[in-house]
Write a protein that binds this ligand. Structure first.
Ligand code: HEM
Length: 508
C-alpha cells in the first residue's frame, strides 16, 4: 500500500514538474538533438566516463551541431543545454546572456564570487575595478617579469635537453604560476624550484573534481557529494588554496598600512600613470577604495580568480603550441629564423619592443589557440526566452554551451581546410573572418577575457625563450591536420602532459 502511494506521489510530482516546464519541452523539441539521446537520461550516459571520454563526446557533439546549422539540443537528465557553434548566434548569446550557468556553483564553492564566475549583480562592480588594472600600459610593464621567469624555465630545462622525451606540463604551469604570482600579487613563490608547489597541485585537483561534478549528475547534489571520499580531498585542497591567498593578502595589507593618503578611486577616471609598476593586488586594494574597499574575502576571491583564470589557461596554450612545433618542424624553423632576425647571435633577454616584431610567432600562437582553445566551452544561463538571429528560440531555464572548439573548426567559416594547421591563415592579407566571432579563444562581449593581452605577451615571451635555446623534437604529424589526444578539466589539456624532446641548438 505504502509503495503504491509513493509511486502515485512520484508520478504526480513528475507530471507536475513537466507541466510547469511544458514550454521548455515544446521549444526544445524544435531543435535537433543527438542520436544517442535517451528518455529521462538524455545524454548523461555518454558523459559518464573519464574527462578524456567527455572531451571526445563534446567534440563529437560539436560536429553534430555544425551539421545542424550550428546548434544541438542536449538534455543531461532534466537539465537542458544547447550546444552552439554558429558565430552569429553566439555573438548574440555572449552579448545578451551575461549570467553564468548554475553549474558554476561548483567552482563558486572554491573561488566564491570572484569576477569570472560571479552573478551579474556582483560581477559588474568587480569588472569595473579590474579593467584599469589590465590596461596595456600596466600589462606591458610585466614583460620583464615574463622574460626573467622564462629564462628561469629554460635554465631548468637544461637538465632535460638531449635526453629524450620530457613532459612539459610541469615546466609551463610553474612558469605561468610564478609569473601570475609576481605580477598579480608581487610575491615570488618560486614554483619553478618546487614542482610539487602545494597551491598548484591543489588547484589542478580542484579543477578536475569540479569538472567531474559538472558532467556527472550523481556528484551534483551537495548532500550526496559529501558521502563520497573525494569530498574530503575537495575540502582539503580548497583549504590549501585559501590559506595561500589569505597569507599573501594579510602581508599586502600590512605593507599598505604603512602608506598614507589613500582614497577611494573606484568611481573616478583612473590615472593609469600612477599605477605603473604595481601589482594587481596593489591596484585592487587601491581601486576598490583602500582600507574601506574590498574585504579580505573579496580580495581573496579576486586574486583566486586571477590565479585560476591566468595560470592553467596560458600553460595550456604554451603546451599545445610546443607540441605543434614538434609536429611541424618546418613551421618551427620559420619561427627560429624570425627569432634569429630579431635577436641575432645575442643571448640578451627579450624586452617588450621585441614582441611586436615576432609576427610569425604570433600567427603560430593564434593558429594553436584556434585548433586547441584552452577554454573550449563556456556556459551561459538563459534567464528568459531568447530568440537567436537564426530564428531559433532558447527557452528560459536552459543553458547555452558556447563551443569555442567547434566554432574554430567550422568549415562554413574557416573553409574546407578548417582542421589544417596553417599559421599563415592569420596573415593580414588572408585573414578575412566572415564573422568577428569566428575566432574567439578569449571569448567575446562584455564578459570576455580581461587577460588576453597579458596572456599573449606571456606566452610569446616563454615560447621565444624555449625556441631560442632548444630545437623541439617529437613525433611528426603525417598530414596537415594535427591530432592531439585531450581531456577536459574545465580547461582542455593534452593527455600526455605535452611530451616532447629538446635538443640544444648550436647557433649558426
Ligand atoms: C591563453 C590564455 C587564456 C585564455 C584562452 C583565456 C580565456 C578566457 C575565457 C574564455 C574567459 C571567459 C569569458 C566568458 O565567460 O565569456 C576568460 C575570462 C577571464 N579571464 Fe582569461 N584567458 C586566458 C588567460 C588569462 C590571463 C593570463 C588572465 C589574467 C592574468 C585572465 C583573466 C581573466 C578574467 C579576469 C576573466 C573574467 C572576465 C569577466 O568575467 O569579466 N585570463 N578568459
Amino acid at each position: 500500500m505504502f509503495l503504491l502511494l509513493l509511486t502515485v506521489v512520484v508520478v504526480l510530482w513528475i507530471a507536475l514538474f513537466r507541466f510547469r516546464r511544458r514550454r521548455m519541452y515544446q521549444l526544445a523539441a524544435k531543435i535537433p538533438g543527438p542520436s544517442e539521446e535517451l528518455p529521462i537520461l538524455g545524454i548523461a550516459h555518454v558523459l559518464a566516463g573519464g574527462t578524456d571520454d567527455i572531451m571526445k563526446t563534446l567534440q563529437r557533439l560539436s560536429y553534430t551541431a555544425m551539421e545542424h546549422d550550428g546548434i544541438l539540443r542536449s538534455w543531461i537528465g532534466y537539465i537542458l543545454y544547447f550546444l552552439v557553434t554558429d558565430p552569429v548566434d553566439l555573438e548574440y548569446i555572449l552579448k545578451t546572456c551575461l549570467e553564468k550557468d548554475d553549474l558554476h556553483r561548483f567552482i563558486r564553492n572554491v573561488i566564491g564570487y570572484g569576477g569570472i564566475f560571479a552573478p551579474v549583480s556582483i560581477w559588474r562592480r568587480r569588472r569595473k575595478i579590474l579593467v584599469p588594472a589590465f590596461s596595456p600600459k600596466i600589462v606591458e610593464n610585466f614583460v620583464d617579469i615574463f622574460s626573467q621567469q622564462s629564462e628561469k624555465m629554460v635554465l631548468k630545462l637544461t637538465d632535460y635537453a638531449n635526453k629524450g622525451p620530457v613532459k612539459m606540463w610541469n615546466f609551463v604551469c610553474t612558469y605561468t604560476l610564478d609569473s601570475v604570482c609576481e605580477t598579480a600579487m608581487g610575491v615570488k613563490i618560486n614554483a619553478q624550484d618546487n614542482k610539487d608547489t602545494p597551491f598548484l597541485k591543489s588547484m589542478q585537483i580542484i579543477l578536475h573534481l569540479v569538472c567531474e561534478r559538472v558532467f556527472h549528475l550523481w556528484l551534483q547534489p551537495d548532500w550526496l557529494y559529501k558521502l563520497f571520499p573525494r569530498y574530503v580531498t575537495h575540502e582539503e585542497n580548497i583549504k590549501v588554496m585559501h590559506d595561500f591567498t589569505n597569507k599573501v593578502i594579510s602581508k599586502k595589507r600590512e605593507e599598505l598600512k604603512l602608506e598614507k593618503n589613500r582614497k577611494s578611486e573606484v568611481d573616478h577616471d583612473f590615472d593609469i600613470g600612477n599605477y605603473q609598476n604595481q601589482t594587481f593586488l596593489d591596484l585592487l586594494v587601491r581601486l576598490s577604495g583602500g582600507e574601506h574597499g574590498y574585504s579580505d574575502v573579496e580580495l581573496r576571491e579576486e586574486i583566486l580568480t586571477l590565479l585560476v583564470a591566468g595560470t592553467d589557461t596560458s600553460a595550456v596554450g604554451l603546451g599545445y603550441t610546443l607540441k605543434l612545433l614538434a609536429m611541424y618542424p618546418k613551421v618551427q624553423e620559420k619561427v627560429y629564423e624570425e627569432l634569429r632576425e630579431v635577436f641575432g647571435d645575442s643571448d640578451r633577454p627579450l624586452v617588450k619592443e621585441d614582441l611586436l616584431k615576432l609576427k610569425y610567432l604570433e600567427r603560430v600562437l593564434k593558429e594553436s589557440l584556434r585548433l586547441f582553445p584552452p577554454v573550449p566551452f563556456i556556459i551561459r544561463k538563459i534567464l528568459e526566452d531568447v530568440t537567436l538571429p537564426s530564428g531559433r528560440v532558447l527557452p528560459a531555464g536552459s543553458g547555452a554551451a558556447v563551443s569555442i572548439w567547434g566554432l574554430h573548426r567550422d568549415p562554413k567559416y574557416w573553409g574546407r581546410d578548417a582542421e589544417v594547421f596553417d599559421p599563415d591563415r592569420f596573415l593580414p592579407e588572408r585573414f578575412n573572418l566572415k564573422h568577428a566571432c569566428s575566432f574567439m579563444p578569449f571569448s567575446n562581449g562584455p564578459r570576455n577575457c580581461l587577460g588576453y593581452q597579458y596572456a599573449l605577451m606571456s606566452m610569446k615571451t616563454a615560447l621565444t625563450a624555449i625556441v631560442r635555446r632548444y630545437k623541439i623534437v617529437g613525433e611528426e604529424e603525417s598530414g596537415p591536420v594535427p591530432h592531439i589526444k585531450s581531456k577536459i578539466d574545465i580547461m582542455m589539456k593534452a593527455l600526455d602532459d605535452y611530451k616532447i624532446s629538446l635538443e640544444n641548438r648550436v647557433a649558426s
